[in-house]
Design a protein around this ligand. Structure first.
Ligand SMILES: Cc1cc2nc3c(=O)[nH]c(=O)nc-3n(C[C@H](O)[C@H](O)[C@H](O)COP(=O)(O)O)c2cc1C
Length: 326
């Protein structure tokens, strides 16, 4: 397996990617996880053309915020109107995106039932037209992220062949169908069929990588060129570093001590504070407290109190202590 990876003209230092995740993979989190090392590519959350082209500038700026410490960054767009998606892709290219990705995998009903996201797996010709229009409109590398199929496991392989022919530079496959949602297991054989169906473009495998062992299994069983991790790094941001070390044949590092975890979380909070302002940051960070608390025993009453904190001063006084780091 490759330790590095090239997507179109973009050389990545690692084949381990962080998945786009709406509400989570924003600038404050991405900067933190990148600082741990091992990450080849991260993404914005999925962005609608309507928002990018006509949204309130402050909301748009927050969705696409990035900086030198957050590179390379892929911007993910979604939609079902080829011209609109292409305009959105041009917009993100002008904004400095290293790569643009088209979402053809989101199973959420509001999107997929209306033919967007994974809904495009039911209209493969339209999916191809969208990718084609985007390809004609931008010069930066273009990738597509998709599920195996709407309710079958073959569409991804068929589409990947057509995408490759029209100049898509890589595809990412979440090894579940739209019908599965997040249930059941990831179908590694079906991802492998996608890998075998294309001639030369890299296939990035996604779904249920939760450890160094499952990362190895994903590479070995699917023969993918890279892997993308979503949910697990939210709970264990060190996992991407650990997998990248394993790929390079380096010895595993000990898991981070509690003080290190608390320090990482605190820096994440401080970045979110600077990014969103106090009122929003303390509320938005509540879901992260739960994630960072994983594996740390804490009384229910204390957790309830942490969830009611409304000022940065209280946060700094109470949260690190509750996690055992101060
Ligand atoms: C909260 C949440 C938000 C997500 N948002 C997006 C998104 O914006 N775009 C996308 O392509 N996939 C999105 N996904 C799917 C993930 O990118 C990924 O494909 C999926 O979680 C499977 O990978 P995992 O098993 O490593 O989590 C989201 C998933 C979750 C749990």
């Amino acid at each position: 397996m490759n330790e590095s990876l090239k997507i179109g003209g973009l050389a990545l230092q690692s084949p381990v990617w962080l998945a786009p995740m709406a509400g989570y993979t924003d600038l404050p989190f991405r900067v933190g996880i990148r600082s741990l090392g091992g990450l080849g590519l991260a993404f914005t959350e999925m962005l609608s053309p309507e928002t990018l082209l006509h949204g309130r500038p402050s909301s748009v700026n927050s969705l696409v915020a990035t900086g030198p410490e957050d590179q390379p960054l892929g911007y993910q767009v979604y939609g079902k109107d080829p011209d609109l998606v292409a305009r959105a892709a041009k917009w993100v290219e002008a904004r400095g995106a290293a790569l643009v990705d088209i979402n053809m995998g989101c199973p959420q009903k509001q999107l997929s039932a209306k033919g967007r996201g994974a809904g495009l797996l039911r209209t493969p010709d339209l999916a191809v037209r969208i990718a084609q229009r985007v390809r004609e409109s931008v010069r930066i590398p273009l990738t597509v992220k998709l599920r195996l199929g709407w309710d079958n496991t073959e569409t991804a392989a068929e589409l990947a062949v057509r995408f490759e022919e029209l100049g898509v530079d890589a595809v990412t496959v979440h090894g579940r169908t739209r019908a599965q949602g997040f249930s059941g297991t990831v179908n590694l054989d079906a991802i492998r069929k996608v890998v075998e169906s294309v001639k030369r473009i890299p296939v990035i495998a996604n779904g249920d990588v939760v450890s160094v062992a499952t990362a190895r299994e994903m590479f070995e069983r699917t023969k993918c060129a890279g892997i993308m991790l979503g949910r697990e790094p939210l709970k264990n941001p060190w996992l991407i570093r650990d997998i990248a070390r394993d790929l390079r044949g380096e010895a595993p590092l000990p898991p981070p001590a509690i003080v290190e975890r608390v320090e990482f979380m605190t820096q994440h909070f401080e970045r979110m504070l600077a990014f969103s302002g106090e009122a929003v940051a303390v509320i938005r960070f509540r879901k992260w407290i739960r994630l960072y608390l994983r594996g740390i025993p804490i009384e229910r009453a204390l957790l309830a109190r942490l969830m009611q904190i409304t000022t940065a001063a209280d946060w700094r006084r109470e949260v690190p202590r509750a996690l055992g780091g101060a």
